[in-house]
Design a protein around this ligand. Sequence first.
Ligand SMILES: [Zn+2]
Length: 495
Amino acid sequence: MAARKSIVLVTVDCLRADHAGFMGYARPTTPFLDSLAEESLIFSNAIVAGAPTYYSFPAIMASRPPLALGRDALGLAPGEPCLASVLKQAGYATASFSAGNPYISSQFGYEQAFDTVQHFLGDEPTRVPDDGASIASPAGWSSRLNRKVQAVRQALGPLGKVYDELYFRYCQRITPAAKSLDSLRRFPAADVIVDQAESWLASIGDSPFFLWLHLMDPHGPYYPKEAALALLGNDPVAPARARYLNSYWNRSDIGASRLARHRDEVVALYDAGISWVDVQMERLVGSLRASPRWENCIFALTADHGEEFLDHGGRYHPPAKLMEELIRVPLLLRGPGRANEEAAAPSSRLHLAPTLLAAAQLPPPAEFRGRRYWDRAASGPASAGAAISECVAGCTNPFRRQGRLGSRVLAVREARFKLILQFEPPYDRVYDLEADPGEHAPLPASAQKAARRRLLEIARDHLRRSSEGRDQRMVLRARLRDLQLEWARSFPNRQ
Ligand SMILES: [Zn+2]
C-alpha cells in the first residue's frame, strides 16, 4: 500500500497575488517560491471566498461560503466538518501554528481537530486592532489629546494642515525610542512559526501529518525583519523611520493624495514581510526535502486576502470593496507526481480543501461545497466557472455581534467580467478586467448586457442557495458558542 500523503498548508495574511514573483511581480520578493512554482500547480486567478480573514477562512478550512450560516455566525461551527477533522479521522497527526490572529482561534472554531495548537494569543484572544480596518489610534492620553487637536485643526481651516503636520511630528518625537524593528513588530515573524513547526515535525515520527501555518509578516503595521529588507536590496530602515511611516500610513485625517507621498516606502516594508516568508519557506521545505517525507508531501501556499495600497484610495483590507487587490491571491500546490501547470480560470477558494483531500486520496465530506481539481485543474469544469467573494460591509470588529449584521457585498468574478453587488446603498457595477484590469471605470449600464445579466443570475443563484441550504444544526451550534463566550466575557467570575 502506498504511503499516505502528508499536507502542509501555509496561509499568508494579506499577501496579494501581484506581489509574488511567480505571479509576475517585478521585485524579487519570492525567489524560493518562484523555484517551487516551477514544479507546482499554480492557480493564477485564485479568488478568496471573502475578505478579510474572518470571511475567508470558512472556505479554506470547511469549503463553504463565509455567510452560509448567516451573517451573525462567524467562523466554523463546533463540530463542523473541516480539513483538519477529516485528516484527523484518517489518522493524521495535526498541528496549527499561527502568528497571533484571533480570528482563526478557538473562539471561531479553527482549533478543533488539531492535536497541537500554538496561536500566540495569550489566554484570551482579543481583537487584532488593525485587521479589517485601519490601525487603531494609540490609546490613552495621546488619543484624547489627538481628538482635541482634531477639533482645533478643523477650526483652523487651511492652517490646520500645518498644525496637524507639526503635531504629528511632535508625537513621533515624544514616543519612547525603539531599539529595532524587532521590538516594534506586533506579530511573531515567520522564523518563530517555522521553528515551532520543525520541533513538532521532529516529534511525530513517521505519522502522516497535516501542518497548518498562518504567517502574519506582511500584515500591518509593517515592521519586517531587517535581513529581509537587505535581501530586497533596500537600505536599512531606522526603527523611528518605520514607526513614522506606519503612523503616517494610518492617518485618518488626510486624503489619498497626501498619503501617496510615502506609499512606496510603505510598500517596501510590506514587500520585505513577503520576502521573509519566502526565506522561511525555503528553510521549512529544505528540512522536509532532507527527509523521506518530501516524497509524500503536498505543499500548498496561499493567502486569506490581499492588501490595498491606495489602488482605490484605501489602505489595509477592510470588508467593503472586494476589488482585485483584496480578493485575488497566490495559490501554489506542489505534490508528488504533479508537473508544473497553470490553471488560469478563476478558482474559488471553496475548491482548495477538497482538492487537497483529493491529492491525499481521501474523500471529502458531503458538506464540502467545492470540487476537486487535483487531476484536472486546467481542463476541468472550473475553467468555465465563476468565483464568488463576499463580506459584510463595515464589519471591522466581528467580536461585536451587532457589527456582523450590516449589508452584504458580493463579487462575481469571471475570467473577463466581474460584478460587484452591494445591497445598502444598492449598486451593481460590472468591470471588464481585460480592458480595465485596475477596475477604474465600471461599464455603463447599457454595455455588455448579456454579461451583466449572466453575472446577476449567478449572484442570485448564490444568494438563494446560501439561504436554502443553510445547515440549521450548525447555525445553532455557532450561536450557542457565541452566547457562551459573551456570557463568559460579561461574568468572568461565574465560570
Ligand atoms: Zn487576514
